[in-house]
Structure formats: structure tokens, C-alpha cells
Design a protein. Structure first.
Length: 72
């Protein structure tokens, strides 16, 4: 009798992928303290749209890794 194997596939959202990559880059000092993080540039770097990058930045802000500045 043939056995069937079930493979579990872990799907990671684009926002999660962006958050992980961005946090690793910050912790590995790819960005310097108080550097302005621009959504559009990060999206281009990671080849993502700005939505997942925005989501990642919100998560990292809640975690205390980045801070949002009210001035432009």
C-alpha cells in the first residue's frame, strides 16, 4: 500500500517578509540611527509594493524598533 505524505507549506505574507527583512537590516546596521526610512525606497529595495512595507513599518514601530516622525 502506498503511503501519502502531507507536506506543510508555510505561507508568509508580504508584510511579514518585509518586516523580517527590514528588521534584520536595521539590526545589522544597514541603516544608521535616526535615518529617515522612505517607503518607496524600501519597497524598491525589497521588490514589494508600498502596502506591505507600510505594514512592516507599523509593526516595527509597535515593537519599538522604529519611530514615526510627525514632521515631513
Amino acid at each position: 500500500m502506498k503511503q501519502k505524505y502531507i507536506t506543510k507549506v508555510n505561507k508568509v505574507s508580504l508584510g511579514e517578509r518585509a518586516k523580517k527583512s527590514l528588521e534584520e537590516d536595521i539590526l545589522n546596521r544597514m541603516y544608521y540611527p535616526n535615518q529617515r526610512l522612505i517607503e518607496k525606497e524600501i519597497a524598491l529595495k525589497y521588490r514589494l509594493s508600498r502596502g506591505p512595507v507600510r505594514e512592516a513599518l507599523r509593526h516595527l514601530e509597535a515593537k519599538g524598533v522604529v519611530t514615526r516622525s510627525s514632521s515631513r
